[in-house]
Design a protein around this ligand. Structure first.
Ligand SMILES: [Zn+2]
Ligand SMILES: [Zn+2]
Length: 352
């Protein structure tokens, strides 16, 4: 084991603070990465504050972070994909069994034996996994992604969660040129959704409740913006969408959105409101519409997404912060006061 600098939370009510954690000694198939940037995902905040205690109780100290971009500092003897000095990315997964039907099909995100990047039982250390709010990480090469060199690294970090979370369902549901696609909500996920839908060539419509987001949505690539509380604007789009990506995690009217789908259209949830939705069966039956949800993506698809971003020069719009500003950033995240993702410059950890 070796020591790594990190920021961790000691309890659900403690602020994140500087600490030292033990990382495993690399195995033959491991890649050691110096972390350069780590995005702040809303999941980090939920986990640190133990807000998902029912499904994933937090083990303290907790080191969050699963939007990791860095540089390879050493490789195990059996590593073939990476060499020292390469750019590398790590997302929400750091391991899986590699043998189940899901893994064999490239759907590691559905593996019953996957290992999440933080707050998950760590097979190597016997403790829990520690995430990217740290100066280094050791990951099996199977779970390390190649980051295109032309991308701004601070903005590339959020691609590892926010990026793949929005790209994967669009890929799966066939978003392409000639399709009409709606994105609901312009936050960390939604702004990536707009960028991807636009780059994939779809007619992209952003739904928001905030008139002050209209201009930004158009700048990010939306062809149209609909104020979802305006019944007239909504009615003009009834029955016209092939696909809608719903990135809102607050309670909202799902039936109003389902009614905007054309026949065989799909509404996919990537936001997770706490309260169950009251879904009208008629909204699904008439038009044979479907309602779905989607988590991150598999490794091959995540690489495909990063390569697509390299080709189209797509990164998240980020506000770069020092590690020492993370607690303040969390308070702003609760108020949705960020355009559109915080990215931690890990160089700041050197002076922590
Ligand atoms: Zn995330
Ligand atoms: Zn598996």
């Amino acid at each position: 084991m070796y020591n790594s600098k990190a920021f961790s939370a000691a309890s659900a009510t403690s602020p994140l603070a500087a600490t030292t954690i033990a990382r495993r000694d690399p195995t033959d198939t491991d890649v050691c990465i110096e972390i350069l940037f780590c995005g702040i995902c809303h999941s980090d905040l939920h986990q640190v504050r133990n807000e998902w205690s029912g499904v994933m109780p937090t083990v303290y100290p907790c080191v969050p972070g699963h939007e990791i971009v860095g540089r390879v500092t050493s490789t195990g003897s059996a590593v073939t994909k990476f060499k020292v000095g390469d750019l590398a990315g790590v997302g929400c997964l750091v391991d899986s069994d590699g043998t189940c039907p899901e893994c064999k099909a490239g759907f590691e995100q559905f593996c019953p034996n996957m290992t999440l990047t933080y707050n998950f039982p760590d097979k190597h250390t016997g403790g829990v996994t520690y995430g990217g709010y740290s100066d280094s990480i050791v990951v099996d090469e199977r779970f390390v992604l190649k980051v295109p060199a032309n991308l701004d690294l601070a903005g590339a970090a959020p691609l590892l969660c926010a990026g793949i979370t929005t790209y994967s369902p669009m890929h799966h549901w066939g978003v392409t040129k000639g399709k009409k696609v709606g994105i609901v909500g312009l936050g960390g996920l939604g702004h990536m959704g707009v960028k991807f839908a636009h780059a994939l060539g779809a007619h992209t419509v952003l739904f928001t409740t905030s008139p002050n987001k209209v201009e930004d949505a158009l700048r990010l690539g939306a062809d149209e913006v609909v104020l979802s509380r305006d019944a007239n604007q909504m009615a003009q789009h009834a029955g016209s969408f092939d696909f809608i990506l719903d990135a809102v995690s607050a309670d909202h009217d799902i039936n109003g959105l389902l009614g905007l789908l054309r026949h065989d259209g799909n509404l996919c949830l990537v936001g997770a409101p706490e309260k169950p939705f009251p879904v009208s069966a008629f909204n699904l039956i008439f038009g044979r519409r479907s309602l779905s949800g989607s988590p991150i993506g598999g490794l091959a698809e995540t690489q495909e997404m990063l390569d697509f971003c390299g080709q189209h020069n797509i990164t998240a719009d980020v506000e770069v912060i020092a590690m020492q500003q993370v607690n303040e950033a969390y308070e702003r995240l609760v108020k949705a006061d960020v355009k559109y993702r915080f990215s931690i410059d890990m160089a700041s950890l050197k002076s922590a």
